[in-house]
Each structure stands twice: as C-alpha cells, then as structure tokens.
Design a protein around this ligand. Structure first.
Ligand code: HEC
Length: 101
C-alpha cells in the first residue's frame, strides 16, 4: 500500500516536471506565428531553421529585429525557446514546417 502511494507521488511529480519543462508548440505558433506566417509581416520561421545553440543565443543577445518584450513574457519566451531547441536542426526530432510556408 505504502509502495503504491510512493509510486503515485513519484509519477505525479515527474508528470508535473515534464509539463513545466516542456517546450510549447502552440505558444510558438500563437506568439511567433502572429507575425511569422505566409502573408504576415515576417517570413515563416520554424524550429529546424537553426541549431539549438543558435536559438538559445538568438534572443539572449537581442538578435531579433523587433522588440517582443511587450507581447511575449520572459516565461513564455523561455517555453518557446525550449520548444525551438527540442526541434532544432541538430535535434533528434527536427520540425521543419510547423508554420507552413
Ligand atoms: C511583432 C511581429 C513579430 C513577432 C511576434 C515575432 N517576430 Fe520574428 N521577426 C519579425 C520581423 C519583422 C522580422 C524581420 C523580417 C523577416 O525576417 O521576415 C523578424 C525576424 C525574425 C528572424 C530572423 C529571420 C531569419 O531567418 O534569420 C527570426 C529567426 C525570428 N524573427 C524568430 C521569431 C520567433 C522565434 C518569434 C517568437 C518568439 C518571433 N520571431 C516573433 C517580426 C516578429
């Protein structure tokens, strides 16, 4: 019985951890895709456009040509970058076309 409870707590904890650290594709599509889409103000971008470490540095070094601080919170950006890294060109599962060209 005790064992089952411990197992349940571990599973719940691991489950929550996975959600907290997971990259967020829908956030990427909603926030980045607002401008980066076919016919939008910027060309479509996708995770496989860049390698993981390039994505990490891109926003940290303020390479993005438009200031996004008013529309994307630091927490949201963190989740988006985690998603971009998870599916970057050099990742195990590159995602080339989340926002269709
Ligand atoms: C307010 C509109 C807007 C939003 C929101 C936005 N961008 Fe941009 N982005 C632009 C514009 C404008 C450019 C420059 C024109 C272009 O590259 O098409 C640009 C350029 C870029 C480039 C450079 C293009 C290249 O191939 O090197 C990348 C990468 C990029 N954005 C990624 C993102 C990501 C990731 C997000 C979401 C976190 C995002 N952008 C959100 C407007 C936006």
């Amino acid at each position: 019985m005790k064992r089952a409870v411990v197992f349940f707590l571990c599973a719940a904890f691991l489950g929550l951890g996975a959600v907290a650290n997971a990259g967020d594709e829908s956030l990427f599509v909603a926030k980045c895709g607002a401008c980066h889409k076919k016919g939008g103000e910027a060309a479509p971008v996708n995770p496989a456009d860049k390698a993981g470490n390039v994505w990490s540095k891109y926003f940290k070094r303020n390479r993005h040509p438009v200031d996004l601080s008013g529309t994307i919170s630091p927490d949201e950006l963190k989740k988006i970058i985690a998603y971009l890294r998870d599916h970057a060109a050099d990742s195990d599962q590159p995602a080339a076309a989340v926002i269709p060209k």
